[in-house]
Design a protein around this ligand. Structure first.
Ligand SMILES: Nc1ncnc2c1ncn2[C@@H]1O[C@H](COP(=O)(O)OP(=O)(O)OP(=O)(O)O)[C@@H](O)[C@H]1O
Ligand SMILES: [Mg+2]
Length: 276
């Protein structure tokens, strides 16, 4: 397990619910990701992606299971792991009263990066994320995409060995998206491991060396795109086709039923048609 960047076995998270009931958000998930991999984590809304990422990064304690990151056991050595990982959490969690340069310099200070180097990295990252113009504007006044880019920059400032990114491209414009993809690719070519969740299939298809698909808390497929195609018996399937088949929504009947159920949405059009 020491040769892996991310090694997790039997990860499970149960949440207590009102009325004494409980829900299993993540159910016996195991993941093994090698250094330099660009690993995509896919699943429909509520599948357990963010919960898994929180458990892999020490933001949430697993109900059971074990996590080893870059050879360190998360339950034993969480501080050592924090030095080597960068995290973009789903809810961003930023110090919103700071400006973008202040946030990055503060993050750099937390990792013990010397002042001149911290300033150089801050300038580079602000440039990369197209945030230079924001100047002294506080993050609280940023747009959603700008906040995400500031959070991404903060997650990269200490040049981590493993990056965990929860929906990094959601809400990011095409220009910045391209720049971020390029920098992540460069990082993986130099040995950084990137583990990211996404709903954007084209991005995952283009970038990832391997993917895992999670549905209802369990991994339903894992491997390269070629592996997934092989398993499905369809050599030409796009990742989106495979995803929809895997998470069980491919049945044409469902779509027909849905459009029947939602006829009222088109009542205006129907009325217009009826009048003809
Ligand atoms: N703190 C919590 N308390 C109770 N249930 C939770 C909690 N956090 C998550 N869940 C439940 O766990 C399941 C998985 O949620 P999670 O946020 O991991 O999904 P996700 O795959 O990240 O979805 P999305 O694509 O919408 O971000 C959901 O059913 C959710 O309601
Ligand atoms: Mg999520």
């Amino acid at each position: 397990m020491d040769t892996y960047s991310i090694w997790a076995e039997g990860l499970t998270k149960t949440f207590a619910m009102s009325g004494g009931r409980s829900t299993i958000a993540v159910d016996d998930v195991s993941l093994h990701v090698a250094p330099g991999e660009f690993y995509g984590f896919l699943g429909p809304n509520g599948a357990g992606k963010s919960t898994t990422i929180k458990m892999l990064t020490g933001l949430l304690r697993p109900t059971s299971g074990r996590v080893v990151i870059a050879g360190h056991d998360l339950a034993v050595d969480p501080l050592e792991i924090k030095r080597h990982i960068g995290v973009l959490p789903e809810d961003l969690n930023l110090y919103e009263r700071l400006s973008a340069p202040e946030l990055l310099l503060f993050a750099a200070q937390m990792y013990g990066i010397p002042r001149t180097e911290a300033q150089r990295r801050t300038d580079d990252l602000l440039n990369l994320m197209e945030l230079t113009e924001t100047g002294s504007k506080m993050i609280v006044d940023f747009s959603m995409g700008m906040k995400k880019k500031a959070a991404l920059a903060a997650a990269m400032i200490h040049s981590p060995r493993v990056l965990f990114l929860d929906e990094p491209f959601n809400g990011i414009d095409a220009l910045s998206g391209r720049a971020i993809r390029d920098i992540l690719r460069t990082m993986t070519s130099r040995g950084t491991t990137v583990f990211f969740s996404s709903h954007v299939m084209e991005v995952v298809e283009k970038l990832c060396t391997r993917v895992a698909v999670i549905a209802n808390g369990s991994i339903v497929a894992e491997g390269t795109l070629a592996d997934l195609r092989k398993q499905s018996g369809d050599d030409d399937a796009s990742l989106e086709d495979l995803f929809i088949r895997l998470v069980g929504r491919e049945h044409g009947g469902e779509a027909d039923k849905q459009s029947d159920d939602l006829r009222w949405l088109n009542s205006e059009a129907e009325t217009a048609d009826d009048r003809k």
